[in-house]
Design a protein around this ligand. Structure first.
Ligand SMILES: [Ca+2]
Length: 70
């Protein structure tokens, strides 16, 4: 796999592992950071950095999908 993935934290920061309920905040975080902080104040953009490269971008999509499938 090769990704340094944070499997402990869901994007929603709800105490669960990553699941389908993290899809909305995962999409919202990089596209509208203001709305994301209002809707999910406990989250933070860093939780959407699934591959651990300190950026939230298109390269986080594949590992995110893989985690939600597993
Ligand atoms: Ca990333």
């Amino acid at each position: 796999m090769g990704w340094r993935v944070n499997r402990r934290l869901a994007v929603t920061h709800d105490g669960t592992k990553l699941n389908v309920f993290d899809i909305h905040p995962f999409v919202l975080a990089p596209t509208d950071a203001t709305a994301d902080s209002e809707v999910y104040p406990a989250c933070g953009l860093r939780l959407a950095d699934i591959n651990g490269d300190e950026a939230v971008d298109v390269f986080d999509i594949d590992p995110f999908v893989e985690l939600t499938e597993g």
